[in-house]
Design a protein around this ligand. Structure first.
Ligand SMILES: Cc1cc2nc3c(=O)[nH]c(=O)nc-3n(C[C@H](O)[C@H](O)[C@H](O)COP(=O)(O)OP(=O)(O)OC[C@H]3O[C@@H](n4cnc5c(N)ncnc54)[C@H](O)[C@@H]3O)c2cc1C
Length: 490
């Protein structure tokens, strides 16, 4: 074993906060005056968690490369290790006399929560202080929302941190690094041309391009699965993985124009939702496993063999409903889908097919490059209608296609096997009369003749069940508790 180095160091542990600017943990480490060891851990136990998929770790990898580029001229480098947190920090502690660990509070899944509890216990037992900084106005241990919004606004308007990283002294010793196995690193190093690229530089470029020109039609195009690719900000993965702080975005928008045009006002309210939803999850993280409204715990979802076949068809984008399939195939390939179409996929799964939202939440977490547990779970539950507090929104995929893809471009792009259909047949091909089908240029694939569910047919019995359940006394009682706990007064 290596001998212990008596010099004190400060350790900054990066997690979902992969940037060097406006970073509370870096700033506090700089203020400590001790040399700083910046650490990122590819944790094997996280990498096998079913919420994640290669696309997430590639985005992290790219973010690390970007940070390395920035640190290189400062003769500094990141300490990237393939290790679980507890064994890594134990080893580090044997080698270095570090007494303070700096990081952000992670509003994460149960696996990170459990890890953090164990790490905290170890820190306490060996006298390491672990200083954690709250995430973007999200408050740990909050029991009500009385001052939450005013506090959030205050935070967003406060001066961003401008840490002089060029003046910091860094620990560069790499002797403790457990390298990422080459088969994994080779895959992560390989870019995926269909996905957004991670990193602080890309994040700032995306923000600038949104502010300079892409925002003009934000409000008008937000529900279009095709146009949102360009007109929405596309900042979600950069916020989810912390390449940008919410404050940096808020302040860049506020400084861009006065008064803010309608499009940017709409955008700022979404930044607020970002933190509002994460606060919900922070306050009740059991939402990963159970509905926030406990009276939905035993809602009779379908679980038979047919339901599971339909679930698989939904996951693969092979339901036979063109808009559902186009959305699913698009998100599988690109990692992105706009809000309305995410909501429609959830509604189709939970209202039309009556399949448990938990199954779908896991599948889409793997697909969304911006997977952020704190937004994903509360949003999923809201769209599935298991909060008891919001009105039940049932999205008919045929109507969504007519409204938001009126020329069928999005469907034709992602479901090429029906691209030859005329626009009047494209959204509901099962309605084409059998004789007309014979006259088509190429035959209709069977799944589009017999889809897993025909929106108009299947909904009444399911809708009755969904609405009746909503009226139950226990659902209403729980809804009052949920509102008190998770809503901002007024
Ligand atoms: C079922 C479901 C699951 C979702 N899961 C996630 C997720 O894992 N991660 C995630 O970032 N967003 C999630 N969203 C919210 C939303 O769909 C995405 O944030 C948005 O589509 C990202 O695109 P954008 O950055 O171009 O958004 P923009 O419209 O440009 O919005 C800017 C930012 O505001 C935040 N935001 C926007 N809409 C919402 C919203 N409805 N609720 C909370 N925050 C919002 C995001 O951080 C986004 O980057 C989910 C929505 C649904 C219906």
């Amino acid at each position: 074993m290596t001998s212990r180095n008596d010099k004190s160091i400060s350790v900054v542990w990066f997690k979902r906060d992969m940037r060097l600017q406006d970073h509370h943990a870096i700033n506090a480490a700089w203020e400590s005056g001790a040399p700083v060891l910046p650490v990122y851990l590819f944790e094997p136990s996280m990498m096998i968690d079913p919420h994640y998929n290669e696309r997430h770790w590639r985005f992290v990898w790219q973010s690390l490369l970007d940070m390395e580029q920035q640190l290189k001229p400062l003769n500094a480098s990141l300490h990237v290790s393939y290790d679980d947190a507890l064994p890594f920090f134990k080893r580090l502690h044997q080698h270095y006399h570090f007494i303070t660990l700096y990081s952000y509070e992670e509003v994460g899944l149960s696996c990170t929560f459990e890890r953090d509890k164990q790490l905290k216990a170890w820190c306490n037992s060996v006298g390491v202080e672990w200083k954690e900084f709250p995430y973007a106005g999200v408050i740990r241990g909050l029991t009500h929302r009385k001052q939450w919004l005013s506090n959030w606004r205050k935070q967003m308007r406060s001066a961003p941190l401008n840490t002089p990283i060029h003046k910091m002294s860094w620990v560069t010793n790499k002797s403790l690094v457990t390298r990422v196995p080459s088969d994994i690193s080779a895959k992560l190093h390989q870019p995926d041309e269909h996905m957004q690229i991670g990193g602080e530089s890309q994040a700032h470029q995306t923000l600038i391009s949104f502010l300079d020109n892409r925002h003009y039609h934000y409000h008008k195009h937000i529900s279009s699965p095709l146009k949102s690719f360009n007109s929405c900000s596309r900042l979600s993965p950069y916020l989810a993985w912390g390449n940008l702080s919410v404050k940096q975005v808020y302040q860049a928008i506020s400084a861009s124009q006065t008064p803010l045009p309608r499009s940017l006002q709409a955008f700022v309210s979404r930044l607020h939702w970002h933190c509002h939803f994460i606060q919900k999850f922070e306050s009740e993280c059991e939402q990963e496993f159970r509905p926030v409204n406990a009276a939905y715990q035993h809602f009779p979802y379908r679980n038979d063999e047919k339901a599971m076949q339909q679930f698989n068809a939904w996951c693969e984008g092979n339901t036979g409903i063109p808009m559902v399939d186009a959305c699913m195939r698009s998100v599988i390939k690109t990692g992105y889908l706009n809000f309305r179409m995410r909501a429609m996929l959830v509604s189709f799964l939970t209202h039309y097919l009556l399949i448990d939202w938990r199954k779908g939440a896991l599948h889409l977490a793997q697909q969304f490059l911006d997977f952020e547990p704190g937004i994903h779970y509360p949003q999923f539950q809201m769209q599935a209608g298991v909060t008891g507090t919001n009105t039940l929104r049932v999205y008919n995929p045929v109507k969504q296609a007519q409204d938001n893809d009126p020329n069928g471009e999005f469907i034709r792009k992602w479901v090429p096997e029906i691209a030859h259909l005329d626009i009047e047949d494209l959204f509901a091909p099962w309605q084409i009369p059998p004789l007309t089908q014979l006259t088509l240029d190429s035959p209709l694939p069977p799944r589009y003749v017999n889809p897993v569910a025909i929106p108009e047919d299947i909904i009444p019995p399911h809708r009755d069940l969904l609405w009746k359940w909503r009226e139950r006394d226990d659902v209403r009682k729980e809804a009052r508790r949920v509102l008190y706990r998770h809503s901002n007064p007024g």
